[in-house]
Write a protein that binds this ligand. Structure first.
Ligand SMILES: *Cc1c(COP(=O)(O)O)cnc(C)c1O
Length: 448
């Protein structure tokens, strides 16, 4: 282990000694022996604080005031949401974009447009935000939870195939953390079974698969603009699709079953629908925030790459791997595995505590959705029992076993947040230094 730590110092020194040589790669040199960790009374590795979120200035102020003063506050009254939809479609290379009131609303609209309801099954990952599950359950369809590929944190495509039945009406991979799921495998699966693929891209703004933006691969992709997301208007969402008919069905669903900008209901024109419209305020705020989006994505990506390189020197820290088709992650989350056997058996809880003491926030991330009382309670929900029967619901509990996800979430998974990646290269060095300190003093920390 000592050998491994010294490697970078060695490269740094030899490169510096060779006059006229250009240093390739990072010039960061590890200290031979780390300082004492903060949790043992040493000084913090990270003192500067992380980027504020949201980031805004007069651009956003003007955007909001101009809508206010126009008096046209809703999309049925003004042109701004339409303008945002065009801009977001263009940015993503998509045929059609529909702005909606949240990421959840985007998924709800897609499932509504597909006519999914009681008796239908929808395949989703177990490792996701609860919204992915909720949208299925609100339609009284059966969510089938699929195990995680422990190395990527993404839904396991092979296990997703095994979860498909004659009742499956949609397969909904999530690009978790902003990194693409195994898109090619899911497209092949959808084609083979004749089932639409819906991309939950709520964390994956500007992520790419073979150079093409996510949200363009399945029948449709859903995005979230909720406060924590990489593109933010407090609450908002969008659907991308390259299918004109589906775009129009989605529009109608989100606008009380009416096309155009109609707000009245003409008898004979309705379909099953709701109101999930985005407002002009949010539309203009999104356009303002989009002036920063690409630069922020670039900063996150460069910092994440550098952090990964630094962490590669630390055994027992395993950043989430990418599938070969991935050419860009949105880095909504920086996901990695903590293998305590490389830290003298120091528990993950203690590791997080030590990292927090260094001034570095770190989350254990999602838990085990399939074991959550709310989720297992579906098996005794009276509506579900009436629709599916006792036997099917008991079998459903069995189908949702996810051993790899249990291991990942129970022992290993950790996240850094997107705002941490908006800092400097030096910040990434401080994060790596903090982890290395903790590793070198793991025994003492365990006893403390
Ligand atoms: C945020 C999120 C959603 C829901 O988006 P909201 O805008 O909060 O409704 C759905 N799926 C995933 C994976 C998310 O991260």
């Amino acid at each position: 282990m000592k050998q491994k730590f010294n490697r970078r110092a060695f490269i740094g020194m030899t490169a510096a000694a060779g006059a006229g040589l250009t240093l390739v790669g990072p010039q960061f040199v590890w200290a031979q022996q780390s300082e004492k960790p903060a949790i043992l009374g040493g000084s913090k590795a990270y003192t500067s604080g992380f980027s504020a979120w949201p980031i805004y200035d007069e651009t956003e102020e003007k955007a909001l005031i101009s809508v206010l003063k126009s008096g046209n506050w809703g999309r049925l009254n003004g042109p701004v949401v339409g303008g945002f939809e065009q801009a977001y479609a263009k940015l993503n290379g998509s045929g059609h974009c529909l702005g909606v009131s949240s990421g959840t609303a985007a998924l709800t609209t897609i499932l509504g447009a597909l006519g999914i309801g009681p008796g239908d099954e929808v395949v989703i990952p177990v490792y996701t935000f609860i919204a992915t599950y909720n949208v299925v359950v609100l339609n009284y369809a059966l969510p089938i939870l699929v195990d995680t590929d422990i190395e990527t944190f993404q839904i396991d495509a092979k296990k997703a195939e095994a979860a498909v039945t004659a009742q499956t009406k949609a397969i909904m991979p999530v690009h978790i953390g902003g990194t693409p799921a195994d898109i090619d495998a899911f497209l092949a699966l959808g084609q083979k079974k004749g089932i639409p693929i819906i991309e939950d891209a709520c964390q994956a703004h500007l992520a790419e698969w073979n150079g093409k933006k996510v949200g363009n691969f399945g029948l449709a992709g859903a995005f979230s603009f909720q406060s924590s997301k990489n593109l933010n208007c407090a609450e908002g969402g969008a659907i991308l699709t390259n299918d004109a008919d589906f775009a129009s069905t989605c529009y109608t669903f989100h606008n009380q079953g009416q096309g155009g900008t109609g707000i009245s209901y003409g008898t004979g024109s309705g379909t099953r629908a709701t109101n999930l419209r985005l407002t002009e305020f949010q539309g203009n705020l999104l356009l303002a925030q989009m002036t920063r989006l690409q630069q922020q994505a670039k900063t996150r990506s460069e910092n994440a790459k550098y952090l990964t390189e630094l962490l590669s020197d630390i055994p027992g820290i395993e950043p989430a791997k990418w599938y070969p088709g991935t050419t860009q992650s949105a880095y909504h989350l920086y996901m990695f595995r903590y293998l305590k056997e490389h830290f003298n058996g120091l528990s993950r809880d203690k590791f997080v505590e030590a990292l927090t003491a260094e001034g570095i926030p770190c989350s254990q991330g999602y838990g085990q959705m399939n074991r959550d009382a709310y989720v297992t309670g579906l098996a005794s929900n009276p509506h579900y029992l009436r629709i599916y029967g006792e036997k099917t619901m008991q079998e459903w509990l069995e189908r949702n076993q996810c051993p790899q996800n249990d291991k990942l979430t129970g022992e290993q998974s950790l996240w850094f947040f997107q705002t941490m990646l908006l800092g400097t290269r030096e910040n990434m060095e401080q994060i790596a230094t903090a982890i290395r300190k903790i590793q070198q003093y793991a025994k003492q920390i365990a006893k403390a």
